[in-house]
Write a protein that binds this ligand. Structure first.
Ligand code: FAD
Length: 317
């Protein structure tokens, strides 16, 4: 079922959903299942599976270091299929512009269609580790809005090379990313919202936000988006602080602000367990306020660890 259909069916009740990352190449999928198992009691209608950008690794070859490109966490579509069939839950693979040609994207979408995957999250992807700015792959898309257009075309039976007589169309429900505190490259919140509107106009069916720790920023973002004519569901994505280092890492990586009160609470902590508890409590309070405001679903970034998300869900759902 489509994410938008799940939201409709819930009839105003806030749903619980979460996002996982594929295991590192060579790891067993069981670890992933062990993290998903405790979260299934909260009946997520869908689970997102991220896609990682490729990266450079240096391999010794004849005494020299040879630079090679690799993807450390492959398997997004396979994991989506495995989870879908094991738990009978909808899965949402993240599809990136970065690192993929249009043809590769088409094949990936065809795979998803055959596997009965009905939702995809269309994302540009970040710059690769060694790059300052995002660079599209040769033959790949520049922006998520272009990817949305490709998916929308496929939904209409329009493949890249129109030599095909398409008699079976896909019908993907398309999610895109939104940024309550603006995307790090956007010159302003307003121009970022205009870009978001372009993604929706291109065919996006719903939005999932970047993490935030201050709900007032999310509420303002939704208000501004509505004023701009963005009328699709907007799903807040949130994450609990789990270690003290998050105070530096999260602002650095995601260009988000942390509320003063949360920083002070975390700084007071003497152990990791205390930090984790502060993170859980903050996230429960945030979630409860979002549920009271009637958001369609609260989406949790689990980052592969479920015990704190389980504690939060138990306190909210
Ligand atoms: P876009 O919508 O293309 O926007 C990128 C930037 O370009 C923005 O600053 C925007 O304002 C600007 N822009 C857009 N269109 C134009 C235009 N026509 N002209 C000029 N500027 C323009 N990353 C991963 O690698 N894997 C994942 O699985 C993943 N999952 C994510 C899930 C969510 C919910 C979110 C919020 C992010 C996720 N990301 C993921 C991160 C995401 O890939 C990065 O934030 C990336 O830098 C931007 O992606 P986007 O889809 O928002 O890009």
């Amino acid at each position: 079922m489509k994410v938008t259909e799940h939201i409709k069916k819930a009839n105003g009740k806030t749903l619980f959903s979460f996002e996982i990352i594929p295991p590192k190449k060579g790891k067993n999928i069981q670890e992933l299942y062990d993290n998903i198992d405790p979260l299934m009691e909260f009946k997520p209608p869908f689970i997102d599976v991220t896609t990682s950008r490729e990266e450079y690794v240096y391999v010794e070859k004849e005494g020299l270091l040879d630079r090679q490109i690799t993807r450390m966490r492959p398997g997004t579509v396979g994991i989506c299929a495995a989870i879908k069939h094991k738990y009978n839950v909808d899965t949402v693979p993240h599809v990136l512009c970065g690192g993929f040609t249009r043809e590769e994207t088409e094949y990936l979408l065809v795979d998803c269609h055959y596997l009965g995957i009905e939702n995809v999250m269309a994302l540009r992807g970040d710059a690769m580790n060694h790059q300052k700015y995002f660079e599209p792959s040769e033959g790949g898309h520049n922006y998520a809005s272009d990817l949305v257009k490709q998916i929308k075309n496929l939904n209409q039976g329009k493949y890249l090379h129109d030599v095909i007589e398409a008699d079976h169309k896909s019908d993907f429900c398309i999610g895109v990313a939104g940024y309550p505190e603006k995307h790090l490259e956007a010159p302003s919140l307003k121009s970022d919202l205009k870009r978001l509107k372009e993604k929706v106009d291109a065919g996006a069916d719903y939005i999932v936000t970047q993490m935030f720790f201050d709900n007032s920023k999310f509420f303002k973002f939704v208000e501004d988006a509505r004023k701009m004519g963005i009328n699709v569901p907007i799903i807040p994505g949130i994450k609990p602080i789990a270690v003290k280092r998050h105070l530096q890492i999260l602002p650095q990586v995601f260009k988000i602000d942390l509320p003063e009160e949360l920083i002070l609470e975390v700084e007071k902590c003497k152990t990791n367990a205390e930090v984790r508890q502060v993170g859980v409590e903050w996230c429960i309070a945030q979630s409860k306020e979002l549920v009271d405001a009637g958001v369609p679903t609260v989406h949790y970034y689990s980052m592969g660890k479920s015990s704190n998300i389980q504690q939060i869900a138990a306190g909210v759902f």
